[in-house]
Write a protein that binds this ligand. Sequence first.
Ligand code: ZN
Length: 181
Amino acid sequence: MKILPVYTYDHPILRKKLKPIEEMTDGLIQLALDMHTTMNNADGIGLAANQVGRDVQMLVINISGAEGNEHVKPITMINPVIEAYSEEEVPYEEGCLSLPDLRADVVRPEAIEVRYFDTAMKEHQTEVDGLLARVMQHEIDHLRGIYFFDHLAPMRRALMKRKLLEIKRGEVEADYPLHRA
Ligand code: ZN
């Protein structure tokens, strides 16, 4: 299993709507394993395929290191679709492996109903809330080319301009390998 370099803002693949996976292949299974390794190495709790430069609708999540979520198993999601959102919305401070050193409170629905396929292409439908719902929404956004800062009010986004420019210019460091364009 390999640690893959993480693509950062403003690589064009991070703005792409990624291609659905029609058939699982050995290569895609390997990608899922490498994405888990890459995420865990970076102490991340979620990672989408375009964050390692791949144009496929696959994401991985592992929140078992977060307090109160020790029982939640690592998950790989293929072609996920959010079918319903709770009315209740909550703020939570988010970060992103593609945006080193950038954090902000993002308001999102507290619970979601989601449909996805696993790596055996078996379909699942589930309702999740709390941190798991939070991470799923963040990662599914990535598969559609959306960053967490896209959810912020323009004023708050403006405050991030300098940091975003630094990331874009490659003037940031991280404890995990970054893809340098
Ligand atoms: Zn992210």
